[in-house]
Design a protein around this ligand. Structure first.
Ligand SMILES: CC(C)(COP(=O)(O)OP(=O)(O)OC[C@H]1O[C@@H](n2cnc3c(N)ncnc32)[C@H](O)[C@@H]1OP(=O)(O)O)[C@@H](O)C(=O)NCCC(=O)NCCS
Length: 153
């Protein structure tokens, strides 16, 4: 296990006090970040939302919805300075375990076709390509396709 995955880093459910810090990570991570409202709505809806902490602060998080035996990964983000240490894969594994606990037998997600880092993570974690949704996302210029991926649990 790498040094950053050691025990001083912990996972716990997301709460409203985390959202200011999470907003800053969103802004640093996406051209079209989730708003505070998107996170608040997810918490109110009871979605599975977890954060990873390190040195007393949030450094990563995910949000997942489970309904009718299907899990949908809605957001998975690691703060820029903490990337490439296995934390994204670790959070994804945690998310897959929570989905199984909620009796989902399939997980779906959508990712920008340009997001090579995330696509590599998902492929190497057992996700397969399901379909491409044309012009699904707003982009800096025009729109961008979404790759829909799925994984059996
Ligand atoms: C995608 C993201 C969560 C990965 O987190 P991370 O902690 O850096 O990922 P890990 O260190 O666990 O890497 C896991 C695998 O992802 C892939 N990967 C991660 N970063 C990569 C990069 N920059 N280029 C290519 N592959 C990459 C690799 O396959 C890697 O496995 P390896 O280390 O054995 O090569 C992170 O880059 C991120 O937060 N990006 C911005 C937000 C985002 O795009 N989220 C996904 C939305 S669908």
């Amino acid at each position: 296990m790498s040094a950053v995955l050691e025990s001083r880093h912990r996972l716990r459910p997301m709460n409203p006090d985390d959202l200011e810090r999470i907003s800053r990570i969103e802004l640093a991570s996406y051209d079209h970040p989730w708003s505070l409202g998107n996170f608040r709505d997810s918490l109110h809806a009871g979605y599975s939302a977890w954060v990873r902490e390190a040195d007393g602060g949030v450094i990563g998080y995910y949000v997942m919805m489970v309904a009718a035996g299907e899990a949908h990964l809605l957001n998975l983000t690691i703060a820029p300075s903490w990337r490439r240490h296995g934390l994204g894969r670790d959070l994804l594994e945690h998310c897959l375990d929570r989905a199984r606990e909620h009796h989902a037998d399939m997980m779906f997600l959508e990712v920008r076709v340009s997001n090579t880092a995330a696509i590599a993570l998902y492929h190497s974690s057992g996700f397969i390509d399901l379909a491409v949704r044309q012009a699904y996302y707003p982009a800096r210029e025009g729109r961008e396709d979404a790759l829909i991926m799925k994984r059996e649990l």
